[in-house]
Design a protein around this ligand. Structure first.
Ligand SMILES: Nc1nc2c(ncn2[C@@H]2O[C@H](COP(=O)(O)O[C@H]3[C@@H](O)[C@H](n4cnc5c(=O)[nH]c(N)nc54)O[C@@H]3COP(=O)(O)O)[C@@H](O)[C@H]2O)c(=O)[nH]1
Length: 946
């Protein structure tokens, strides 16, 4: 643990930082060192170059001295010793490195002797001599140092034959041949007493005007040389001194004369000794901080190569490497400090990391939960996005639209569907509230409710309203919305969807209309009637004004319907409906209750006006109506009930009006009756009868009475009509007129009629079996029975069951039964006829007595209605009876007169050929037993007359 703790005190980051810092420092050090070396190199090169250049300039100056001196000879031709001395004197003063200026004169031995003698005149010690200081030995040519300035210090050279110096002679020959300045190698000077060596620089002097084109010409014209004897070390010293380049302790300067840098050629040296260390190899050179390659510059002057060699000397290290050392030390320090800082950061970071780890650990659970929450939220968002995408797709596909409102309920956005489908102008909506577009919303309850909902920031659904579209049509819309709140719960407005519901609304209106109106007449139906009645009652309660309800029932409409058919009946109902509406005010309600029953609700009329209105209605109804091209007259019966009067409550208004109307009917139709409480009793009785009727068959309360039908010629009974009687335990014997209609209305007549048929046939068969012969039994068939699909089979079945011969059965039908669908009726009648029975038309003459149909119907008997028979004494009625008889006979039909009550009627009928009669005159309808007795008695018309 301690070791790990210890090791953990220096972080890897710190180590890396240190290493990186040291590496960078090293690189910088190397780079700065390189710069330093470059700088030193450059400085060294500059200094070497300056010295070489100075030395070269010095050599050039020296050559220039010799050249100037040579020019003296070329210019003057002959120069005497004094002139030479005068000329060279200032030069010697100026250039102290010149040991002497000479003129070497060329002469043969003889000339030399003369010359020697001549000079001795002035210089008695003068001796021509060679290099070994031996007297001049003969030779073809001597080169004598003739003029010598200054003589002092150079006496040893005065009179020297330089030709005796081989090296000198060689150089002189080169100079003569080339005509150019030449310099000797380094040599010990004759006149030099010290160790210093020197050299001679010379230029040949030729005879003036001589040809010098070739070496031979130059040799021939050669007179001598002008030369300067130079102390080489002094020369270089002076040059460097003059150029302020003498003192540089970091350099060693070496100057060589000749073609190489052998020590023998060393002209001048300054600085360290010349024995230098061997040059290190390149890498070592790089590592050797103070090593420099020597600077060597070679140049040529007066026919000799000069080599200037500058070698750097060891120098103090620090001043020249301050930068690199600073970089090295500073970089190392900086690296160490940075590493320490990084280490402290790392350690701190570790502490922070530890803290973070602890916190991380502590927060892990909540993070996980947060992640779950985020994931859940993401899923929710995705679902939302998907949902919104679907919503937008659906919105785009559907005709619906989306809208938004701001905090002031002004529309800020409505998608296009509203404008496309709803045919609305967008400019009218954006920036407006819904109630600005529908000002009526300020006043009506619908608008107030909606505004209250929105101001309470509550959602709303299916708000329906209409607007005129740009196409001019009224468009209906349904909209739903919800409030929008921001995160802080602040209300931001509303958003919602809308849809165009015009078609649905119109359909609803149509359905509503159908549901509340009679399809045929367009009048309010029973449902709407109740609604209007409630409103009228409420209004009457509020206003105290009277309320009247009229129930209008068409008289004999059934006959019209049956005789002219439903189409004509419908037409009549429509005509009457229109007339009724025209007879009342627009604010009144005229409704169709059922069939041919209408109801009028009249409000705000004064009490005395009601009678007039009833009259007006009756007059309107009785106007002739054109039905199937013919004028038709119809009357109506009106029952009137007054709200509040005679105990008529709102619920019983129509019932009382109906009772009054029923009374009007009973009173012969075509009149108006006002409800009276007494009428109620009749109505109640109807109800009582109806409920009792439903049980009558089961309780065997029905019986049949039989009324004889008598042959007018023989006076004998040939048949009988079965007439229904109801023996009610409380009501007593109930006549058919009191319940047949009800039975017909309730449909009970089908069951009752079947019982009648079966009982009558069985009875007839019984009497036949009892020996009363083939009597014909007439059975009444009601309209409801006639339209029963099983009619044919049930009759055949009864005949089959009872065993009554079909010819003994006479089915009595009324005209109206088959008038509305003649073809179907004809078919059915033929089928009935096919069973073998007889068919009678009952009550002939009271209905739509079309004589033409009789031709097509398989009828056997016409029964003249008793209303014609009863008035047979009157001419008109008698004429009708006669006509009917004639018509029937014409059609080969038998004729039975009903309701014959008097002998005169019998006589009349007999006289006019009527076949049979039926009526009280002969017998009332009798119970079966009594009828049988009558048969047994053998009673006939004569018996009655007697
Ligand atoms: N569908 C059925 N209808 C039936 C049936 N039974 C009777 N009825 C019909 O009821 C109506 C009334 O019948 P009713 O009260 O029986 O009257 C019949 C006779 O009593 C009456 N009559 C006969 N002779 C005279 C008379 O001389 N004077 C007079 N005032 N009345 C007389 O006439 C009735 C017979 O009429 P009709 O049938 O037209 O021949 C009546 O319309 C019956 O049809 C039944 O079972 N089913």
């Amino acid at each position: 643990m301690p070791s790990s703790r210890k090791s953990s005190r220096i972080s890897l980051a710190a180590i890396l930082t240190l290493m990186t810092g040291l590496a960078v420092t090293g690189l910088l050090f190397v780079a700065v060192s390189a710069l330093e070396y470059s700088k030193m190199e450059l400085s060294f090169q500059q200094r070497g170059h300056m010295r070489a250049a100075a030395i070269r300039r010095g050599m050039d100056d020296t050559l220039e001295l010799v050249t100037i001196l040579n020019s003296l000879f070329r210019t003057m031709g002959v120069v005497d010793r004094e002139q030479f001395a005068a000329f060279t004197q200032p030069l010697l003063e100026r250039y102290p490195f010149v040991q002497a200026f000479n003129f070497h004169r060329v002469m043969d031995t003889a000339s030399a002797r003369r010359y020697e003698a001549e000079v001795r005149k002035q210089h008695p010690d003068f001796v021509l001599h060679d290099a070994n200081r031996q007297p001049l030995s003969p030779r073809p040519q001597h080169i004598i140092v003739d003029y010598l300035e200054p003589l002092e210090g150079n006496e040893a050279a005065f009179g020297l034959d330089v030709a005796s110096l081989p090296s000198m002679a060689r150089v002189i020959a080169e100079a003569v041949d080339s005509g150019q300045p030449r310099t000797t190698t380094l040599m010990k000077l004759e006149q030099e007493r010290a160790l210093q060596k020197g050299f001679v620089m010379m230029i040949p002097v030729y005879r003036a005007g001589a040809e010098l084109g070739t070496a031979a010409q130059r040799r021939a014209a050669w007179l001598g040389n002008t030369s300067a004897v130079i102390r080489s070390a002094d020369l270089v010293q002076k040059i460097l001194l003059a150029a302020d380049l003498l003192d540089d302790r970091e350099l060693m300067l070496q100057v060589y004369i000749g073609d190489d840098t052998r020590p023998a050629n060393l002209v001048y040296t300054r600085g360290a000794p010349a024995d230098e260390p061997p040059a290190p190899r390149s890498f070592q050179r790089w590592l050797a901080f103070d090593y420099r390659e020597p600077f060597v510059r070679t140049f040529s002057a007066a026919g000799k190569s000069w080599h200037v060699r500058v070698t750097p000397l060891p120098r103090p290290f620090l001043p020249h490497h301050l930068g690199s050392l600073s970089t090295l030390v500073g970089g190392a320090l900086f690296s160490l400090l940075t590493a320490a800082f990084v280490n402290s950061l790392a350690r701190r970071s570790k502490r922070v990391q530890r803290l973070v780890d602890e916190r991380t650990e502590a927060l892990k659970a909540s993070n996980d939960k947060l992640a779950e929450d985020v994931a859940a939220r993401k899923r929710t968002e995705e679902a939302l996005q998907e949902s919104e995408h679907r919503f937008r797709r659906l919105l785009a596909l559907s005709s619906d639209w989306y809208w938004e409102q701001d905090e002031e309920f002004r529309f800020t956005n409505i998608t296009g569907g509203f404008f496309d489908k709803g045919k609305q102008d967008p400019k009218l909506f954006i920036g407006k509230t819904r109630w600005e577009l529908h000002p009526e919303m300020w006043d009506n309850r619908w608008g107030r409710d909606h505004r209250a909902t929105m101001e309470a920031h509550l959602p709303f659904t299916n708000l329906e309203y209409s607007l005129p579209g740009v196409d001019g049509a009224v468009h209906w819309f349904s909209t739903s919305g919800e409030p929008v709140f921001d995160r802080e719960g602040k209300f931001k407005g509303y958003r919602g969807t809308g849809t165009e519901i015009t078609e649905r609304k119109l359909a609803e209106q149509r359905i509503q209309h159908i549901a509340h109106h009679d399809v045929l007449t367009g009048l309010p139906n029973r449902v709407l009637l109740q609604d209007r009645l409630s409103q009228a009652v409420a209004f009457a309660n509020r206003s105290g004004k009277p309320l009247w309800v009229m129930l209008i029932d068409l008289d004999r409409f059934k006959f019209v319907n049956d005789s002219l058919g439903h189409k004509a009946g419908d037409q009549l109902l429509k005509t009457v409906a229109q007339r009724l509406q025209d007879s009342v005010r627009e604010s009144d309600t005229v409704a169709r209750l059922s069939g041919d029953e209408f109801v009028a609700i009249l409000t705000e009329y004064p009490e005395e006006a009601t009678h007039d209105i009833a009259q007006r209605i009756m007059r309107a109804v009785t106007q002739p109506a054109m039905l199937e091209g013919k004028e038709f007259f119809v009357t109506c019966s009106i029952g009137v009930a007054v709200y509040g009067a005679d105990g008529t409550s709102a619920q019983r208004l129509i019932e009382h009006a109906d009772i009054a109307m029923y009374r009007a009917k009973k009173l012969g139709r075509n009149n108006t009756q006002f409800y009276e409480p007494a009428m109620n009793e009749e109505a109640r009785e109807r109800l009582r009868i109806e409920s009792a009727l439903r049980n009558a068959l089961e309780r065997q309360e029905f019986v049949l009475h039989y009324q004889p039908q008598v042959d007018l010629q023989s006076g004998r009974i040939v048949g009988m009509e079965a007439l229904l009687r109801w023996q009610h335990p409380e009501l007593g014997m109930v006549a058919p007129n009191r319940f047949i209609g009800l039975a017909e209305e309730t449909g009970l007549i089908v069951e009752i009629g079947a019982w009648v048929l079966r009982t009558a046939c069985a009875q007839a068969r019984s009497w036949m079996d009892n020996g009363h012969g083939m009597l014909r039994i007439a059975v009444n068939l009601s309209p409801r029975q006639f339209s029963e699909p099983q009619l044919l089979s049930s009759i055949a079945e009864v005949l089959q069951e009872t065993g009554l011969p079909p010819a003994c059965l006479d089915i009595e039908l009324t005209e109206g039964l088959f008038m509305h669908d003649v073809a179907q009726a004809v078919e059915l009648l033929h089928k009935l006829k096919a069973l073998g029975l007889a068919l009678s038309i009952d009550d002939f003459g009271t209905g739509y007595s079309s004589f033409s149909y009789l031709r097509h119907f398989p009828i056997d008997v016409l029964k003249i209605d008793r209303s014609f028979v009863s008035d047979i004494s009157e001419d008109d009625e008698a004429a009708i009876v006669v006509s009917i008889i004639a018509l029937a006979h014409n059609l080969k039909l038998r004729v039975i007169a009903e309701g014959v009550e008097t002998e005169s009627q019998v006589d009349y009928l007999r006289r006019h050929g009527c076949d049979e009669m039926q009526g009280y005159y002969f017998s009332r309808p009798l119970p079966a037993a009594e009828f049988e007795q009558l048969l047994r008695q053998g009673r006939d018309l004569q018996t009655v007359a007697a």
